[in-house]
Design a protein around this ligand. Structure first.
Ligand code: 13P
Length: 253
């Protein structure tokens, strides 16, 4: 953790969730008590179809919502795309961009991710820019170089602590139950902070929230959060269980 930074725990529901599952969000809201509110920000990123009802349901509890992706374009003939402005209009404060599932399954390049992050900022959404190496890249000793290159290519110029969140999600840790060692997370998050410093200036970089994501669970969250420069978590599977998501938020508080 970074003492001066208020941590953020964001839940990425991925392509899960029908209206009935708003009950999960309601349960999270119930558990987000004064103690937790004073210590940690929570965001829920449901599928696009639920951003509006989730935002309406959560606003009173001061829980933010986010999209999971947005278009590079502001509007127009882009069938099937959702713009950042639409997400903002639906109540979102954040949008995840460059998730490894988008990079891998939809061929998103760093340039695409940067354009999406810029579109988000233009709509006054805070992009959660995801970076992370594959198993092969880590085994080849290239993890830090790969992530630095992703940062250079994906983070909008001029971003500040108020307009950017970065999530380090090693691809091999997503949905696998595997996590890097605390030492590996520490090394990576320190490298990310330093690289952002070179890109954005030290003062701006010092306040950017750096989330760790990849198999975060109640059982490992506390240890991950003790690592320097880990300012919260991006949670997949465990965010679909209110009890687990809240336990992770408590570990971050
Ligand atoms: P899991 O927490 O299910 O490993 O997913 C992480 C993730 O991809 C969050 O964006």
């Amino acid at each position: 953790m970074t003492r001066s930074i208020r941590p953020l725990v964001a839940g990425n529901w991925k392509m899960n969730g029908l209206k009935a599952d708003l009950a999960i969000a309601a349960e999270v809201a119930k558990g987000y008590d004064i103690g937790l509110k004073s210590a940690v920000d929570i965001a829920i990123c449901p599928p696009a179809s639920l951003v509006y009802p989730a935002s309406a349901a959560l606003i009173g509890a001061r829980i933010a919502t986010g999209g999971q992706d947005c278009s590079t374009q502001a509007s127009g003939a882009f069938t099937g795309e959702v713009s950042a402005a639409m997400l903002a209009d639906a109540g979102a404060a954040f949008v995840i961009v460059g998730h490894s599932e988008r990079r891998t399954l939809h061929g998103e390049t760093n340039a695409t991710v940067k354009a999406k992050a810029q579109a988000a900022q233009q709509a006054l959404l805070v992009p959660i820019v995801c970076v992370g190496e594959t198993k092969g890249e880590r085994e080849a000793g290239k993890a830090i170089a790969v992530v630095k290159k992703q940062l250079r290519g994906s983070v909008p110029d001029g971003a500040t602590a108020a307009t950017l969140v970065v999530a380090y999600e090693p691809v091999w840790a997503i949905g696998t139950g595997l996590t890097p060692t605390a030492a590996d997370v520490a090394e990576m998050h320190e490298a990310i902070r330093a690289e952002l410093g070179r890109m954005l200036g030290k003062a701006a970089a010092a306040g950017v929230r750096l989330l760790y994501g990849g198999s975060v669970k109640p059982s490992n969250a506390a240890e991950l959060m003790t690592v320097a420069h880990v300012d919260g978590a991006l949670v997949g599977g465990a965010s679909l269980k209110a009890e687990d998501f809240l336990a992770i938020a408590r570990a971050c508080a």
